[in-house]
Design a protein around this ligand. Structure first.
Ligand SMILES: [Fe+2]
Ligand SMILES: [Fe+2]
Length: 273
């Protein structure tokens, strides 16, 4: 895997029919007062990528007015857009209305159902949930509340698994809000790891040979990691992208089309400011 520090030194790559460019970002946390703050930055995706992926926490509190502001910020984006919601998008208890606002804009909101970009490239996504990692992961034992909590995580895992089973494209891009591995939450305080994701989410990624995974939520986590089975995972939370010095609002990942398990190909668009 190419170290991030070397990305700017990679030779220029020209987009061709054999590469799909995925622009990904999470945690823009757009409030009504942010009208106009992202619009020009997001419009650049038309030149930089073939598809835009939004990894949740699009809004601050999940208010319908905030979702409408997000749609306004995306007004100039002409590429297909796919998204999952984050915990902030659920805060006001109006996530269904928010989702409808995004869908009315033509955004493919992923709740398990796959979105097929073309014959070669498809997307599966869901919000995911928390629960912890490795031997420290919460188990379904004891109080009914504990069992309900773990059950919520397992429902997300099953949603992801069913989506991957249904997706027949050779390139399978997974979109989450919560982290599926501990590797990309590294850098956060260890005491909050269990609230940043759960590695139960990684099991279907390996079983169904996902090509690449994008997630958000871990604002001070690490940019890249991989599952136990070697699937590359990118934490594209906006504060993380800022931390690694991207000049763009999003990370652009190039995926060779036609490979069943494409190796990561960081884009030459990545530059130090
Ligand atoms: Fe966030
Ligand atoms: Fe979040």
């Amino acid at each position: 895997m190419t170290p991030v520090s070397n990305i700017a030194e990679l030779p220029q790559r020209r987009t061709s029919d054999r590469v799909v460019r995925v622009a990904a970002v999470g945690d823009i946390h757009c409030g009504e007062e942010d009208r106009g703050a992202f619009r020009d930055h997001l419009a650049r995706v038309n030149d930089d990528a073939d598809v835009l992926v939004l990894c949740g926490d699009l809004t601050r509190r999940g208010l319908p007015a905030e979702f409408r502001t997000v749609v306004g910020e995306l007004a100039d984006v002409k590429t297909p857009i796919t998204a999952v919601l984050g915990n902030h998008d659920h805060e006001a208890g109006q996530a269904a209305e928010g989702e409808a606002i995004l869908r009315a804009r033509g955004i493919h909101v992923l709740v398990g159902d796959p979105f097929q970009l073309n014959d070669h490239v498809g997307f599966v996504g869901t919000k995911g949930f928390m629960g912890g990692f490795g031997r420290a992961a919460l188990t379904s034992f004891g109080e009914v509340e504990t069992k309900a909590f773990v059950s919520a995580t397992l429902e997300e895992v099953q949603r992801l698994e069913m989506g991957l089973r249904r997706l027949a494209t050779p390139v399978r891009v997974v979109v989450l809000h919560y982290a599926p591995i501990a590797g990309t939450v590294a850098g956060e305080p260890e005491v909050i790891y269990p609230f940043l994701g759960c590695d139960r989410l990684a099991e279907p990624l390996d079983r169904y040979d996902a090509t690449v995974v994008f997630h958000g939520h871990a604002h001070t986590g690490a940019f890249e990691g991989h599952t136990a089975g070697g699937v590359p995972v990118y934490n594209v939370s906006l504060p993380v992208l800022r931390k690694i010095g991207l000049a763009t609002l999003y990370y652009v990942h190039e995926i060779p089309v036609g490979a069943s398990s494409a190796s990561p190909a960081p884009s030459a668009l990545l530059q130090r400011p």
